[in-house]
Structures are given as structure tokens and as C-alpha cells.
Design a protein around this ligand. Sequence first.
Ligand code: CA
Length: 690
Amino acid sequence: MHTLCPALLLSILPCTVPSALAEEVSVSSPDGKLTVVLTDADTTPTYSVTYEGHTVITPSPLGIHTDLHQLYTDMSLTGTKTATVTDDYTLNRCKTSSVHYEANQLLATFTNTNAPAPAPSTGSRRPNGPRSNSGAFTIEFQVSNNNIAFRYIIPEERDRRCAVVKSEATSFTFPESTTTFLTPQSHAMIGWKRSKPSYEEEYKADAPLGAASGYGHGYTFPCLFKVNGSTGQQVNKKKGKQAAPATDNIWVLISETGVDSHFCGSRLDEPTPEGRYTIAYPMMEENNGFGSTGAQVTLPCLTPWRTITVGGLDAITETTIAFDVVRPLYEPSIPYRFGRSTWSWMVWDDASINEKDLKAFIDLSSEMGWEYTLIDAWWDNNLGQEKMEQLIRYARSKGVEVFLWYNSSGSWNDTNQSPVDCMSDPISRKRAMKWMQSQGVKGIKVDFWGGDKQETMRLYEQVLCDANEYGIMCIFHGCTLPRGWERMYPNYVGSEAVLASENLKFSQHADDMEAFNACLHPFIRNTVGCMEFGGSALNKHYNRDNQHGTTRRTGDGFQLATAVLFQNPIQNFALTPNNLTDAPADAIRFMKEVPTTWDETRYLGGYPGKNAILARRHGNTWYVAAINADATPLSFDFDFSSLNIKGNTAECFSDDKTLAFSASQLKANKKGIIRLTIPQNGGTVLKIED
Ligand code: CA
């Protein structure tokens, strides 16, 4: 079996005789390359990780602290059990559509050696009796090729059926020469109308191990590390797919998955100077100080999974571990359909939330053959219910379905964009959703969430679960990272949780950094979850007149490439009505046809922050997308055989060295190769029918 049923926990909890000597147990991936070693040396539960014999995580403590016990030291490994786990499943909104998961499972129990001997059971409930009889936890590891997932199982103890999980010793310690690719956690209650933290901070690439984050609150998931790394560009010139990583170039991605209403989200705390990163729970100040920082759990408790992806950048980019170890939590009430959307607010701003402009964007969706339009904040105030109902009917008469923006609430921050206070309680939420269902509204974009506390995770789940009852899909903005939600919640679409497209109009700095940031996301943020970025603009300026405002530094080919590189099942693209006449016709044609869901994703080359080359397949069509942030032009030989493509021609959408855009038909040379050269801030997409 795969997911542990709490009722079966007692039967699987291992039991062997404790030993005075340090115990050690290991578990390896099916291919034998990735190994976790667990010990109770120095009475501390400790694990380490090797990949192809090279240490990638040095001995790192494990342990959990509840209101019953602090199980960090004086622990003894008292039992183990192993099994294999397999699962074949499908995904309909991610980087791949069909997954075969295979892992070796290790269950290891650590018991507190200093705890008093268990009192004899009287068989009666003793609410005021001794708090515990032993103090133990089991840790479950699943090790698949290139991935480790682990979680704690906190057992029921005598008459205790609930607990509060306060903190963890869980940590990740890296070898000395490791460099980091991390984004900090911000202070709480700062930023726009005191709406942070919202996973909208800048990354530092190739930063030193153990560096302070700046805010003092550590780093948000996912966290990328390069162990023993060279900083050289990593472009595969031979086979399109990178070979097994050289020993100087092993990448490690840390994240978590399976966080729902039963736990809080976590992050990595400020590291020690030696490079040890320990799990941290939410800050008390989040959610305006309301709600706890830990988790309130029923015993026995299964914590969320912490995940470690190890290997080359192919393993990092292609990982499905966020989905492998979670399960759908309810059935979809209707078949949800994904696609492309216009979004007036992105370039035309608040002023576009009026009947005339919104109709112009509905007409743009219709012209593009796109499925949706997103109507952003203030629609209730600016149009009112009756005009909105007319507008929704207009959209649907043109074959365009509607997403509506909602404020998550005003009670944990000072945001006042309306509609407000419609999603935070079940009475107003169900009233709003019933109205949406009656009008045929297909989805909501809910903005300005309160952080990572369990209190907030409960609200996410309540909104998702209620929305499903009314056939409504959910996009989240100003929010946390999704943690396996693409598989857990059938009406979940995607989350922002990134410095997204809006920043391109807010500040020129974001435009100057656009290529650098875009070359990070395919290797970090977007590897573990859908990313609602809202990009692919064809305006030269982020302004309605396309003359003023911030200036786009990247080419049109770059913008097309990010439509492929950035993955979200509904893409709210930043096109504007004028682009039908002022943008290159071939770019518009590409945007009409580009899909948003993928059957397969392959890493072909690139290096975080410098360049990115991915191939994604939708049906029989491959899209090879490449962008370059580096001052040195990126040279890349695309080999048709690397993707087992029979043909030898591709349609190429590309920026030249002056960033002028054009489309052309290209044919492979005698060796089956197309050579691409991509300038700084440029991009290329090869579209290949297989
Ligand atoms: Ca935002």
C-alpha cells in the first residue's frame, strides 16, 4: 500500500529490541544511485544522503517537538520495516500527463531512552494521568530514482488523541563547497497594505552556503542547492538530454508537499554558518498575529512530506515528487477545462475595469480563440451586479468563459480592493459561489492571503472544496507555494507565489532583471508547482498607449518562449487588443496555438539564472523553448533524435542578435541537428510536429 491509513499504523509500527550501540539503517532508490542512511548516533536521530557515492547531505538531525514530548535527543532507533511502493497515475494540468512512481520505503521508529517505563494500562481513560508512556515517532522515507520524500508519524499515546506540533529538528546540511539559489521569507505584515509574506521576493543565484537571508526569517520553498559546483554553463551539445551528472555538479532541490488543512506550511530557517538549514514553522506575526505557528493534529498524525530531489538539472526540472506522494482529496464535481485567457488589468490596469475595456478583452480572447478572460479587482464596485451579469452573458455569447477576482478578505491585512470579505466565511462564500454558478462563471482568482499558518491552509482548503461544489476553479495570488495541490484538489489551477508579471509594470528594475528571473523559474519555483505568472506581453511598454511606462528589455521570441517555459494550466497572458495589429503576425499566430498543459517535459540545457532550454510535448507537437539572460550568446545544437522525433523540420520563432523577431522554417543538417544562437534577452521556440 502507499498512503498509510492511521488505523493501520499500529500494525505496521516496527518493533525490535533496543541496543546500546548506535544503530544504522539505509534505504536506496530502485536504481541504487540515491541512498539515505539513518542512525541514532549520539542519541540523535540523524540522516545523510549520497548520490552515486558522493555525499550531498551530510549528517543532519531529525526530530519532532509536540506538547507531549520534545523528541530530539536521548533517542534510540528501535525498529525498522521496509517495503516497495508503486503508483501509476495521470495528471491533467502539469508538466507531464502520465507518471510511473516506484520507490523503496523505510519505516524507522525512534524511541526516547530516558522516558519512564510505561505505566500499566488500566483500560480506563485518565485525562489527568501521566502525559506519556514512552515518547516515540516513526519516520517514513520513500526513495525513488532522484527523489526522497519523508514524513513523521506521531503515534497515539494511551488516552491522548490530539497534540500540538510545535517545531521540528528536521534539517538539511550541505557539504562545504555548496552554493545556493534561494529566495528569502519576508517580514510579516509589510509591503502592499501589509499583505506579506506572499512569496514575492528576489532570488540570489550561486550565493555562498550559509549566507544570511537579509530579513532574518530564512528561505521559502523550493530551495535549490548545487553541491561541489562549478559555475559553468551547462548546455548539452551532444544528446539534447544531459548525461548523468558529473561529480562536481550535483543539484539538490528541497521542498514540501501534501500540506492541507491538517498542518501549517514550513520553510527553511536562517542557516548556521556551516550550512545547516532547519525547518521553520510560520512566524507568529503572519495573519496579523492571529492563529498559531505550529499545527493542531489528531493522533496518530502524519506530517506533510519533505522532499529532496537529487541529480542533474534534468532530475530537478522533470521531478514529479510533489505529486507522487499525495492523493486526490475529493472528486471533481464537473470536468474542469484549462486554457488561455486575456487579462485586462495586467497592462491596462485598474482603469480597464469598465464595460467597454472588458468587452475589448473579451473580443481579444474570441479573436485569439482563447477560452477565458480574467476580470480583476473592483468589478463589483465599477460595474455592479446587473452590468456584470450582462457582461458575462456577452462573453459567453462569444465563446469566452469568465474568471472573477476576489479579495481573500480584509481581516488579516489592509487590502481594500473589492469584492472583499466574500471568501473568508462559508455563508458569504457560498452565496457568492451560488451566484457565480447561476451566471456560468467558471473560476475565481483569490488574492492577498495571510501566510503559511494552519489557519490559512484551512481557508485555502475551504475555498477549494466549496468552489468545487459550484463547479468553480481556483487561482490564488498574493499567496503561498502550492504543495501537491494540483493532484490533491481537482479544481485547483495555479498560484502566483513568485515575483510575477505585475512587477514588470511596477518597476523598471523588474524589466531589467526579467531574463535573469525567467531563467530561474524553470529550475526552481515552477518545478514543484503550477506558476500563475501572467506574462508573454507583446507590448514594448507596460502601458495602455504602448509609449510610456516601463520598457520591456526582452525580445518577442523571449516572450513566446516563456509561454512554454512557464507552466500553468490556465495562462492569463499579457496580450492587449492593440497587439492584433502592432505585434508581429507570426507571434500572434503562435500565441493563438500555444497549449497550456503538457504530456511530457524534458530538460535540454541551461543554468539557473543564465539560460534555460526545455522541451515540452502536447499531443504530437513538441515545443523546444530557449531563453538567454547571459551576456554571452547561447549556442545550442538541438538534436531531433534526443526526443525520438522522426522528422527533421521545425517552425522556428526567434529573436535575432538585435532582438528583432521572425518566424521561419528550419531543416536539420545531415547530422539531424539544428543549431540555435540566442542573444542576451532573446528567446527561441522550435515547434515540431512529430
Ligand atoms: Ca502579486
